[in-house]
Write a protein that binds this ligand. Structure first.
Ligand SMILES: NC(=O)C1=CN([C@@H]2O[C@H](COP(=O)(O)OP(=O)(O)OC[C@H]3O[C@@H](n4cnc5c(N)ncnc54)[C@H](O)[C@@H]3O)[C@@H](O)[C@H]2O)C=CC1
Ligand SMILES: O=C(O)[C@@H]1CCC=N1
Length: 276
């Protein structure tokens, strides 16, 4: 079996994982990506130096990429996962590990669309994988050996922190780390808008908001960092930050965030049901 990793459906998420792997030293010649459009394939090939095959030019692109791969990573939208799994089934080796990054697609749904006995791993990554700073959960399917799970973890470690969780927890994790980068970007957007309201030039406000959220992220990334301690260190008694945090608490921000996470997890469960 080769070392080839096939990214089947290479949009935002799979490209982020691909970027993390290449940055960590994976040889681009061991990577192949598939997409629909020729322009997107050209973009991926130019940006990353990998082979990228567009479906409009080569309708067998997913099968060709799968043949001989040791790992395939399914990165299409949830509604397309089962069809893609069925499409590549004839090209899979019996030890090829099939990884899905899709929200809401269960291991049972994946296994039902693949040859009997195929090793499957359901994951939930996030886009900071691009910088090797992602969070990736792994939940092994019923036919995945410990060695295959370890192989997948070793591949995904290049994308960031790998955590193994029971499948029942994926929707909850997705609501925190899967969607979470969007929450942090949303905070930066809201801060930028608030700065403008206070009279700052929009460009300046965006720049300082972006740098502030990024800088805080770097501090959180230090070993042992505690968000509460870091927040308290900024919050002088009876100072300015204290007023801001009090206004956030009065506005119910912590419970609004919990509501949002609950809504994300509920939506995942809803999609799983819709996919049958
Ligand atoms: N975007 C994110 O932050 C995260 C996304 N995910 C999951 O990742 C998956 C993909 O999401 P995104 O990357 O955001 O979507 P996207 O739309 O950016 O990427 C999907 C890609 O798949 C391609 N594609 C569709 N059908 C194809 C086919 N049959 N063969 C080859 N290529 C095909 C599309 O052309 C596109 O490039 C979803 O299942 C989502 O739940 C999981 C965690 C985070
Ligand atoms: O929004 C979504 O459905 C995907 C899953 C987690 C992040 N993005």
């Amino acid at each position: 079996m080769s070392n080839r990793i096939a990214f089947l459906g290479c949009g935002s998420m799979n490209e982020a994982i691909l970027g993390g792997l290449l940055a960590a030293g994976t040889d681009p010649s061991d990577v192949v990506a598939t997409v629909r459009r020729a322009e997107r394939a050209a973009e991926l090939a130019e940006r990353h130096g990998v082979m990228a095959i567009a479906g409009v030019e080569e309708p067998d692109n997913n099968k060709l990429a799968t043949k001989g791969a040791s790992v395939v990573i399914l990165g299409v939208k949830p509604v397309g996962i089962a069809d893609l799994a069925r499409e590549i089934s004839p090209a899979l080796g019996k030890n090829t590990i099939v990884i899905s990054v899709a929200a809401a697609v269960s291991i049972a749904q994946l296994e039902a669309a693949l040859p009997a006995g195929q090793p499957v791993i359901r994951t939930m990554p996030n886009t900071p994988a691009k910088l090797g700073r992602g969070v990736v959960s792994v939940s092994p399917g019923t036919n995945c050996t410990d060695a295959q799970l370890q192989q997948a973890k070793d591949v995904l470690a290049a994308a960031g922190t790998v955590v193994e969780i029971p499948e029942e927890q994926v929707d909850a994790l997705s609501a925190i780390s899967g969607s979470g980068p969007a929450y942090a970007f949303y905070l930066a957007e809201a801060m930028a808008a608030a700065g403008v309201e206070l009279g700052l030039d929009p460009e300046l406000s965006l720049k300082i908001s972006r740098e502030t959220v990024a800088g805080a992220g770097f501090m959180l990334a230090e070993p042992g960092a505690d968000p509460t301690a870091l927040r308290i260190a900024v919050t002088s008694p009876n100072g300015t930050t204290e007023r801001a945090i009090a206004a956030f608490n009065e506005g119910g921000i912590p419970s609004i965030i919990a509501d949002g996470a609950r809504a994300a997890a509920a939506r995942a469960a809803e999609i799983t049901k819709q996919l049958g």
